[in-house]
Design a protein around this ligand. Structure first.
Ligand code: ZN
Length: 307
């Protein structure tokens, strides 16, 4: 198991879900008074997460809050399973996500249809008891010594997404609000599965930029500096994809044609394309699903214009 201190009071656990390194991460903020976990990751890697906590010498009893950016399987899917091991913890989640973690049947079936075989790598979520949920769209968690975690909505990737700003290092936990970060390339690609909402996503990126963060913590994967420039770059990338896909949809292009345009016209994607195509999970999530999200969004907006 790979754990690492990445800042003051801050640790990253590589969950190595399905044996894939640097695919999904959980973060822990730990002070003498308090420990908060950000993201559970999926059900199937909860044993790895527990090993990571042990490696960091964090007692399961000491974690009182698990904050999840959203309920998708790779971020909060493991919540029900994890709670059985963390007796004092509650799950902080957007209220719109609550029905789906308390009764995850619909979440599981929709994940199976969007993610296909990847949903099996992540695993089926177990229900979260209603009395262990904290609904929140904004607020703060205080760690003492002026340390705090600020919770705020960043919709777009999902209709129930949250991000969290931590004051110790002026960093933000993004979930999927600002894409997938590939550390070895130092590049970001869109994470925009359907249903994707471009306008909400841009508004969220503006909100993230307004914090003037120094660092970003991607759930996929890891810490990145140069935060504001990176967020602005992601905004520009989303707008570029929208332009490419809107035009292609107008011309009734096939999915393959659209994918080729995106992967060649976006200079970042052209650098990542070979790596992504050969990666079993990213070929599905970062290419197919992200482009599908833009195609559905384009079809929706174009229908609206016609009617
Ligand atoms: Zn994700």
């Amino acid at each position: 198991m790979h754990t690492k201190q990445i800042g003051k009071n801050l640790y990253l656990i590589d969950l190595e879900t399905g044996g894939y390194k640097s695919l999904i991460g959980s973060y822990v903020i730990k002070t003498a008074k308090k420990a908060v976990l950000i993201e559970t990751g999926p059900t199937n890697s909860i044993p790895n997460l527990l090993c990571g906590l042990a490696e960091l010498k964090i007692n399961p009893e000491d974690i009182d809050t698990i904050a999840i950016t959203h309920i998708h399987l790779d971020h909060g899917g493991g919540a029900g399973t994890l709670l059985k091991h963390l007796p004092n913890a509650k799950i902080l989640v957007h209220p719109r996500g609550i029905p789906h973690i308390v009764n995850p049947e619909k979440l599981w079936s929709s994940s199976q249809s969007v993610l296909g075989f990847v949903s099996e790598i992540f695993g089926k979520p177990e229900p979260v008891p209603q009395d262990r949920v904290i609904p929140m769209t904004e607020g703060t968690i205080n760690f003492g010594d002026n340390g705090k975690l600020t919770i705020f909505e960043t919709l777009g990737h999902a209709s129930h997404s949250l991000s969290f700003h931590e004051s110790f290092n002026n960093g933000i936990f993004l979930g999927d609000a600002a894409g997938t970060y590939f550390q070895e390339f130092n590049l970001v690609s869109p994470t925009t599965p359907p249903p994707f909402y471009l306008d909400a996503s841009i508004a969220s990126l503006n909100k993230l930029i307004d914090f003037r963060p120094s660092v970003l913590y991607y759930s996929h994967f890891g810490k990145a500096d140069d935060a504001v420039r990176r967020l602005r770059g992601y905004k520009a990338q989303l707008l570029m994809w929208d332009k490419i896909v809107q035009e292609a949809v107008k011309q009734n292009q096939t999915f393959e044609q659209i994918a080729t345009s995106v992967l060649t016209e976006d200079p970042i994607m052209s650098k990542l394309a070979n790596f992504l195509r050969e990666h079993k999970v990213y070929a599905k999530t970062a290419i197919d699903n992200s482009i599908c999200g833009f195609i559905e969004y384009a079809k929706k907006t174009q229908t609206k214009l016609v009617s």
